[in-house]
Design a binder for this molecule. Structure first.
Ligand code: 9MR
Length: 592
C-alpha cells in the first residue's frame, strides 16, 4: 500500500492537477459553476455533474490536458434552487465507462477539477476517513511512522481527572481523582463527551458488523496494524477503553463528559495544562454507554484472544449502566443548572439532550441482541417510536432499529415477529427521501428540505446515506445505493459550495478547519480525512459568511465552528457511507 497516498488522501493528486492546470490554463480554467465528486466515479454507476448555468446546453469529457472530446452530451432541463436565484443543469455521463483521469468541460464556462474513473475509487477516502480517528487520539504521541507530517506529542494524559461537584457521590466526593485516559478528542476541541461518543461508536461498530469482510482487510497504518485485529476495531478500542473509565463502578452510572472547565486555546494538545473534570452522571450518557458496550461486547467476543476479558467487561458494564438508568430515568444534563450550584463553571460542549425514550430503546435493542434476553426486547417495544427518523447525537432510536434489522435471523421469536413493521418503517423513511431527487438542483436527497441545513449538516447528509444503505440491505434494491451515492457525491463536491468537505480529499477542500491540531501544528495542510460540519445558515459562530443561503452558508475559516469544525460523530456516518459503498461495489463487481 502507498502510505503517502493513504495519509494524504488526494494531496499528491492535487500536485499533479496543479501541474496539469498550468498547461490547461491557456485554454480553459477550473470553473466553480461545475460541481462534481472531486475524487471520481466507478466505471459502471451513475456519473453526474451539476452545472450552474441556464444558457449553456452542451458538455464533453476530456483528458486533463483538454485535448480531444472523449464523450459528448447535452445538459438537462434547467432546475431552480428553492433557496436562491441559482439555476442548474445536470451533465450525465454515466454512459462513459472507460477508466482514466478526466475533466468535464462546458464550452464558455470552463472545466471541472480532474477526477478518476476506476474501480475502488474511494479506497483512499475510506482509509483516510477512518485514519482521522487515529489523529484524534488523546493521551498518546503520534509518531511520524504513522502520522507522517502531522506527528505530534502526547496530549491530555487524563490520569488525574477530578470529580466535579456535580458528579460527587459518597464514595467519590468532589475532587476525588480518577484516571480517564485515552479516547478521541470530540471535534476541533480537546474534550471527551460520552453522548457524542455514543452515536459515533454505534455507527462505526455497525459499519463493521454490516461490512466486516470489507473492513477486515483495510490497513490504516496505525500502531496496531500488525496485530490480528481489523484496524477499524483497533481504532475503536482506543475510545472504548476510555468510555469504560467513565462509569462509576460503585453504582453503574456514567459521567457525561471528561472536560476542561473552558475550551483550550488554538494550541497543540501537549500545550494544555488546564485541570480535567468528570462531570455529572446522566441518563442519556449512561444509556448511550450501555448501548455501545453491549454492542462492543458481541463484536469483540470474536477477538477474545487479542482482548482477553474485554467482551465480558463490556457486557457487565452495559448491564450495570442499564440498571442505573432504570433507577435514574430522567437525569438531564443541564449545564446552566450545574453552574448555578457548583464550581468551576463548565463552559464546554453541552450535548444536553432531555428526551430519553430513544436512548432507552437503543440500549435495550443492543442488550437484547447481545444477550437474547426477551426482557430487554420488552423494553425495546416499551420505548418504541411510531416513526423512524434520521439519527443524530440526540436522537438514536434508528441505531437500535438498524441493529435489530441486521440481526433479525438470530433473534428470539419475540423480536422476529416485528420484522415486517420494522422494515416497513425504514422503507417509509427512505422512500420519502427518494421522492424528489430528479427535481433537486444537485440531484441529491440531501438538501431537499431546508431543515437539512443545521449545525453539522454534512452528518445529516451522511446519515441519510446510511439509512438508504440499510434500505438496500433490507430490499436488495440498488436504487437506494444510487441515492446514497448521490449523497456521497454531495459531500465530495456536488453541492452548493463546490467544496469537497473532507480535508485532503479532492482539490477544493477545507484548508482552515476549526480543528485545534490542524490550526496549531505549523503544517500547511490540515489533518486529512476529516469531514467538516457544512452549510449552516444558523451561523451561530458569528463569523463572516459570504452568504446566508441555506445550501451555501459555509466558510472555510478557522473562526467558523458552526460550519467548518470537524467532529467524530460527523465522520462516523461518512465512514459508514463511503466504506459501505466501496464494499457493495466490490461485491457487485464480483457477482458480475
Ligand atoms: O454537533 C453539536 C450541534 O448539534 C450543536 O447544535 C452544537 C451546539 O450545542 O454543538 C455541537 O457539538 C459541538 C460540541 O458541543 C463541542 N465539541 C464540538 C462539537 C461540534 O461543533
Amino acid at each position: 500500500m502507498n502510505r503517502m497516498k493513504l495519509a494524504d488522501c488526494k494531496y499528491s493528486v492535487v500536485l499533479m492537477a496543479l501541474l496539469l492546470g498550468m498547461v490547461a490554463c491557456a485554454q480553459q480554467k477550473v470553473s466553480d459553476p461545475i460541481r462534481l465528486n472531486q475524487i471520481g466515479f466507478y466505471p459502471t454507476v451513475q456519473k453526474i455533474a451539476v452545472v450552474i448555468t441556464d444558457t449553456e446546453n452542451e458538455f464533453y469529457i476530456s483528458t486533463p490536458d483538454l485535448k480531444g472530446k472523449l464523450f459528448s452530451g447535452k445538459l438537462s432541463e434547467v432546475r431552480s434552487s428553492p433557496y436562491s436565484s441559482k439555476r442548474t443543469r445536470i451533465a450525465d455521463f454515466s454512459a462513459f465507462t472507460k477508466e482514466g483521469n478526466y475533466v468535464l468541460v462546458v464550452p464558455n464556462i470552463g472545466n471541472s477539477y480532474p477526477f478518476e474513473i476506476k474501480n475502488k475509487v474511494f479506497d483512499n477516502v475510506t482509509k483516510a476517513s477512518i485514519k482521522s480517528y487515529y489523529f484524534q487520539r488523546a493521551s498518546t504521541s503520534l509518531p511520524e511512522q504513522y502520522a507522517g507530517k502531522w506527528k505530534r506529542n502526547a496530549g491530555h494524559p487524563d490520569d488525574t481527572v477530578l470529580i466535579h461537584g456535580s458528579a460527587a457521590s459518597d464514595k467519590r466526593p468532589e475532587g476525588f481523582v480518577i484516571s480517564s485516559s485515552r479516547g478521541w478528542y470530540d471535534a476541533g476541541d480537546y474534550n471527551k463527551y460520552i453522548v457524542n461518543s455514543g452515536i459515533t461508536m454505534g455507527t462505526l461498530l455497525s459499519a463493521y458488523e454490516d461490512f466486516s469482510v470489507y473492513f477486515d482487510k483495510l490497513n490504516l497504518n496505525i500502531p496496531e496494524s500488525k496485530n490480528e485485529v481489523p484496524d477499524l476495531l483497533d481504532e475503536v478500542v482506543w475510545n472504548l477503553r476510555w468510555m469504560l473509565t467513565m462509569q462509576d463502578p460503585n453504582d453503574g452510572g456514567v459521567y457525561h463528559k471528561c472536560t476542561n472547565a473552558t475550551f483550550d486555546g488554538m494550541v497543540m494538545p501537549d500545550f494544555t495544562t488546564l485541570p480535567r473534570y468528570a462531570v455529572q452522571k446522566g441518563t442519556a450518557a449512561t444509556l448511550d454507554f450501555a448501548a455501545v458496550t453491549a454492542q462492543a461486547s458481541r463484536v469483540y467476543r470474536t477477538f477474545e484472544k487479542q482482548f482477553p476479558g474485554l467482551a465480558d467487561s463490556c457486557l457487565r458494564a452495559a448491564v450495570d449502566a442499564w440498571q442505573w438508568a432504570l433507577k435514574n430515568s430522567n437525569v438531564k444534563y443541564n449545564q446552566q443548572d450545574i453552574n448555578k450550584n457548583f464550581n468551576p463553571n463548565i463552559a464546554t460542549g453541552a450535548y444536553d439532550d432531555s428526551y430519553f425514550k430513544d436512548e432507552f430503546s437503543w440500549a435495550a435493542s443492543e442488550l437484547y441482541i447481545t444477550t437474547k434476553d426477551d426482557a430487554y426486547y420488552q423494553s425495546v417495544m416499551r420505548y418504541n417510536e411510531a416513526k423512524l427518523i434520521i439519527p443524530s447525537w440526540a436522537s438514536v432510536h434508528a441505531l437500535g432499529e438498524y441493529s435489530l434489522l441486521r440481526f433479525n435471523s438470530s433473534l428470539t421469536p419475540l423480536g422476529q415477529k416485528d420484522f415486517d413493521s420494522r422494515k416497513s418503517k425504514l422503507l417509509i423513511l427512505t422512500n420519502n427521501l427518494l421522492q424528489d431527487i430528479d427535481k433537486s438542483i444537485y440531484e441529491t436527497v440531501m438538501g431537499q428540505s431546508k431543515s437539512d441545513f443545521v449545525w453539522g449538516s454534512n452528518a445529516v447528509c451522511a446519515n441519510q446515506g446510511v439509512a438508504l444503505l440499510y434500505a438496500y440491505q433490507m430490499s436488495g434494491d440498488l436504487k437506494y445505493v444510487k441515492a446514497a451515492h448521490g449523497n456521497l457525491d454531495y459531500l465530495l463536491g456536488r453541492n452548493g459550495t463546490g467544496y469537497s468537505f473532507v480535508t485532503g480529499c479532492g482539490d477544493k477542500t477545507p484548508m482552515h478547519p476549526h480543528h485545534r491540531p490542524s490550526q496549531a501544528d505549523g503544517v500547511f495542510y490540515p489533518i486529512p480525512g476529516l469531514l467538516v460540519g457544512g452549510s449552516n445558515p444558523g451561523m451561530q459562530d458569528k463569523c463572516w459568511y459570504r452568504t446566508s443561503v441555506a445550501d451555501e452558508a459555509y466558510v472555510d475559516d478557522v473562526c467558523s465552528f458552526a460550519s467548518n469544525e470537524t467532529a467524530i460523530n460527523w465522520n462516523a456516518p461518512f465512514v459508514y457511507l463511503v466504506g459501505a459503498i466501496e464494499a457493495i461495489q466490490l461485491q457487485n463487481e464480483k457477482m458480475k
